[in-house]
Design a binder for this molecule. Structure first.
Ligand code: HAM
Length: 439
């Protein structure tokens, strides 16, 4: 067990988990690049004030979940609970909007921190991958972002995505709705939970997110946002949905979807996925349109839209649905030596193959050939190259295919091509035929 364990809500990543984690990040990054998003890396900590301003004083994130501290210079610092605020802060600090053809399209990945109660798919240090489009002038940017998220999940092999979507309406609609909620909850709030009482004063919309059963009954009867949307907001939302239809992206309009962060206005959405075991991990990703954040933190008036995925939740799903992704990749080649003299030659050969982008392992212990083959099998090696006295003299090697149990003598100059062919799946099939022909 050792003396120290990882902190509550944190974990160590290695083996199959890490393999899957990296596959997810690679796929998501490649997808974002296809849509011409450029990567940005921002600091893991920022001033606490930035997060209060962006997520909102009334959000759970700010009220209960931030890792905040004073640094040695007496500054109020917080570990980022999400990455949108930092990215927008960076866009403003560096005036990235000034030289770019808008919209600016950025993607990012990295850890975020929330002091939540840990459970399956919920950590205190977790990883997000997200995108932000800055300088939105058309509803089509909202659609493009939603589409990127949806297609990325498909690319990962998650074909059964449930996209929930809603509109919070424009500022004017929201203000009218907030007033209607105030009027409705005014004489009911005393009987509701403490969180709702706070939300009533700081961000009344968040009451709709309350999970307390007794409160739910009251919330069910409250005014519906739909009835307070003005024509402009309705038309915008209608056009977004129509375009999603044209893109064949299925969705479910969920009028109760309000999201946990304060900066949204207009379209909001979440991607859900049920694991085959029926485990509910919550949303695997979420986002929306946020029109005022850039100006609120000192930049020009630029509307934005974006989303973020929770990487651990995606990895947990893939482990269930596509277990192959959770496996460490096979080793291509193991070099076995016969006799002490062949060990150095084996390392030289390994160096040559590695220079040619072939992954190779070997042992420097003086072991019998059969125990080296056992070791190669344990490491899931595809090919086993034997280096003995003859091989060192003639530069012709026996290459064993460990799964097909075949063997071939290959000269040094043909070795790289031969290995590449063996490792490539389609050509592999042909070589089987070739071996059969020889029989
Ligand atoms: P969010 O809904 O707070 O949005 O988080 C996005 C995703 O991060 C969630 O859907 C979930 O998959 C994952 N996540 C959140 N908390 C945890 C946790 N404690 N453990 C594991 N995964 C978690 C945002 O963060 C916004 N910044 C998204 C956005 C980008 N909106 C506009 N642009």
């Amino acid at each position: 067990m050792g003396k120290y364990q990882p902190q509550r809500g944190t974990y160590d990543a290695y083996g199959g988990f890490l393999n899957c984690f990296n596959i997810v990040l690679n796929v998501l990054s490649e997808m974002a690049k296809q849509y011409n998003y450029k990567e940005i890396i921002t600091p893991i900590y920022e001033s606490t004030d930035l997060f209060i301003r962006s997520s909102g004083e009334g959000s759970d994130v700010v009220r209960k979940e931030m890792f905040s501290f004073k640094d040695r210079g007496d500054r109020d610092i917080s570990l980022r609970p999400e990455m949108t605020a930092g990215v927008i802060r960076s866009v403003v600090s560096n005036k990235l909007y000034a030289n770019a053809d808008l919209p600016l399209k950025l993607f990012y990945k990295g850890p975020a921190f929330r002091y939540e109660r840990p459970s399956k798919g919920r950590y205190r240090q977790f990883n997000q991958f997200g995108v932000e489009t800055i300088g939105v002038t058309s509803y089509l940017s909202d659609v493009e972002v939603i589409c990127l998220g949806y297609r990325s999940l498909q690319e990962l092999g998650l074909l059964d995505v449930k996209l929930k979507i809603n509109t919070l309406g424009n500022q004017a609609s929201r203000e009218r709705y907030n007033q209607a909620l105030k009027d409705y909850f005014q004489d009911k709030i005393e009987s509701m939970c403490e969180d709702c009482k706070t939300r009533f004063n700081v961000n009344i919309l968040r009451i709709l997110d309350c999970k307390v059963e007794e409160d739910q009954k009251i919330i069910k009867e409250c005014p519906k946002l739909d009835d307070y949307l003005d024509d402009e907001s309705k038309e915008y939302f209608r056009k977004v949905l129509e375009m999603l239809d044209q893109l064949n992206i299925p969705y479910e309009v969920d009028n109760t979807l309000v999201r946990g962060l304060d900066y949204y206005s207009g379209v909001v959405f979440e991607y859900h996925y049920s694991s085959p075991e029926g485990v509910n991990l919550g949303a695997v990703g979420a986002g929306g349109h946020y029109p005022n954040l850039v100006s609120e933190i000192g930049g020009p008036s630029l509307e934005c839209v974006g989303f973020a995925f929770g990487i651990e939740r995606l990895v947990t799903l893939l482990e269930d649905i596509i277990p192959e992704t959770y496996k460490e990749p096979d080793l291509s080649v193991f070099i076995g030596h016969i006799g002490k003299e062949a060990i150095e030659h084996s390392l030289l050969l390994a160096d040559y193959l590695r220079e040619n982008y072939i992954d190779v392992d070997l042992t420097f212990d003086d072991k019998s050939l059969s125990s080296q083959i056992k070791l190669a099998n344990k490491k899931n090696a595809r090919l086993f190259i034997v280096v003995g006295e003859d091989e060192m003299k003639n530069y012709v090697y026996q290459v064993k295919d460990l799964s097909q149990k075949t063997q071939m003598a290959v000269s040094y100059c043909d070795l790289v091509d031969y290995i590449m062919e063996k490792l490539s799946p389609s050509i592999n099939d042909e070589s089987e035929d070739f071996e059969n022909d020889e029989d």
